[in-house]
Design a protein around this ligand. Structure first.
Ligand code: ACO
Length: 327
C-alpha cells in the first residue's frame, strides 16, 4: 500500500543585498524600462562572497523546520536541487545537514537546473510512498551570481540568488501530492547551458578568460520552449489528477519572466491573479524560484488546507515538471 506525501512546512531565504535595475544600468548597456517591459523583473538579491549555496539552503531549511513544527533529528532524508553546489563534492545536502543538525538524514543533490525543486519533490514523494523514509527535507537553492557573466546584458539582468525549502511527510487523512510529471529533452542542451568548468572543458586560464564557465542562453528559443513545455506539463498533471484549471486555487510557476507566465495564463484561460508572481523582487533564482514562491503562497494565505494548487517549472537540460497538490 503506497502512502501519500504532503507538504507539512515551507521556508525560504533571500540574501539581504538588493541589486536594482538602475544599478545594472551602471554595469552594462541596459535600462530599467527594457528590463521591466521584457521580463517584469525590478530587483534581485545577491549573496555575499562568504555566503554559499548551503548557507542559503540551511537558512531556508531552518524556516521550513520551524513552520512544520518538527525537530531536525526527525528528518531522515535531505535532497538539495542546485546547479551552484558549494563544491563538486561533498554534496551541498551534506553541508546543509551539518548546518541544521539533521544527524539522522541521508543526503544527496539533484541537478535539473530550474526544474530541480520539483524533480526533488517527486523523488521525496516516492521515498515516502514506498515507506523507506518518513520525513524528507527538499530544498531548491542557487547562488547564480557566481555563474552569471556580469558583462553580458542578455543574461545578467535575469538572475538572482536565494533558497526555498519544504518538509514532506505522510499526513494521515490528507491526499497531499495528487499527481506529478517530469520531462526532459537533451537535444536542446545548447540553448541554456554553461559550457566550461566541467570535465569536458575544465577550468583553465583560456576557459576563464572566455567566460565559458558562465550561463549562455538563446533567449528567444528558451522563451518558446518554456511556454510549450510548462503548458504541456501542467495539462498532464491536471489530467492525471482528474482536475481542470477551474479547480486550482493557486498556480505557482517558475519565476523566469512575467511574459512567459502571462502566455501560460492566457493559454490556460486562467486569470493572472491566480498565479503567484514574485519575480519582480527576486528575478530568476533557478531551483529556488518555485520553492520561494511556494513559501510565499503558504505564508500569505494564498491557499488553505484542502485547496488544490499547481506547481509548474522549466529549466536548462531542457527539463520541465509539474505537481498538483491538495494542500
Ligand atoms: N537591455 C537592453 N537591451 C537588451 C538587453 C538588455 N538587458 N538584453 C538584450 N537586449 C537587446 C538585444 O541585444 C536585442 O537587440 P537587437 O535587436 O539590436 O539585436 C534586443 O534587445 C531584443 O533582444 P531579444 O533577445 O530578441 O529580446 P526578447 O524580447 O526575446 O527578450 C529575454 C529577451 C527577456 C531574454 C526573453 O527572450 C526571455 O525571457 N527568454 C527566456 C529566458 C528565460 O526564461 N531563461 C531562463 C529560463 S530557465 C532557467 O531559469 C535557467
Amino acid at each position: 500500500m503506497l502512502r501519500s506525501a504532503s507538504v507539512i512546512g515551507t521556508g525560504s531565504y533571500a540574501p539581504k543585498r538588493v541589486l536594482t535595475n538602475s544599478e545594472l544600468e551602471r554595469m552594462v548597456d541596459t535600462n530599467d524600462e527594457w528590463i521591466v517591459t521584457r521580463t517584469g523583473i525590478r530587483e534581485r538579491r545577491i549573496a555575499d562572497a562568504g555566503e554559499s549555496t548551503s548557507d542559503l539552503a540551511a537558512a531556508a531549511a531552518k524556516a521550513a523546520i520551524e513552520n512544520a513544527g518538527i525537530t531536525p533529528e526527525e528528518i531522515d532524508l535531505i535532497i538539495v536541487a542546485t546547479v551552484t553546489p558549494d563544491m563538486f563534492f561533498p554534496s551541498t545536502a551534506c553541508f546543509v545537514q551539518t548546518k541544521i543538525g539533521a544527524k539522522k538524514a541521508a543526503c544527496f543533490d539533484v541537478s535539473a537546473a530550474c526544474s530541480g525543486f520539483l524533480f526533488a519533490m517527486d523523488i521525496a514523494r516516492q521515498f515516502i510512498a514506498t515507506g523507506t523514509h518518513n520525513t524528507v527535507l527538499v530544498i531548491g537553492a542557487d547562488k547564480l551570481s557566481t555563474i552569471v557573466d556580469w558583462k553580458d546584458r542578455n543574461t545578467c539582468v535575469l538572475f538572482g540568488d536565494g533558497a526555498g525549502a519544504a518538509i514532506l511527510r505522510h499526513r494521515p487523512g490528507s491526499r497531499g501530492i495528487l499527481a506529478t510529471h517530469m520531462g526532459s529533452d537533451g537535444s536542446y542542451a545548447d540553448i541554456l547551458y554553461i559550457p566550461g568548468g566541467g570535465c569536458l572543458h575544465p577550468v583553465t586560464p583560456e576557459t576563464t578568460s572566455e567566460h565559458s564557465n558562465t550561463i549562455k542562453m538563446n533567449g528567444r528559443e528558451t522563451y518558446k520552449q518554456a511556454v510549450t513545455s510548462m503548458l504541456s506539463a501542467a495539462n498532464i498533471s491536471m489530467a492525471a489528477a482528474q482536475l481542470t484549471s477551474d479547480d486550482l486555487k493557486c498556480i505557482i510557476p517558475h519565476q523566469a519572466n512575467l511574459r512567459i507566465i502571462e502566455a501560460i495564463a492566457d493559454r490556460m484561460e486562467v486569470p493572472l491573479e491566480r498565479f503567484l508572481v514574485n519575480l519582480d523582487r527576486y528575478g530568476n533564482t533557478s531551483a529556488a524560484a518555485v520553492a520561494i514562491a511556494l513559501d510565499e503562497a503558504n505564508r500569505t494565505g494564498r491557499m488553505h488546507v484542502g485547496d488544490t494548487i499547481l506547481l509548474v517549472v522549466f529549466g536548462g537540460g531542457l527539463t520541465w515538471a509539474s505537481s498538483v497538490i491538495e494542500w
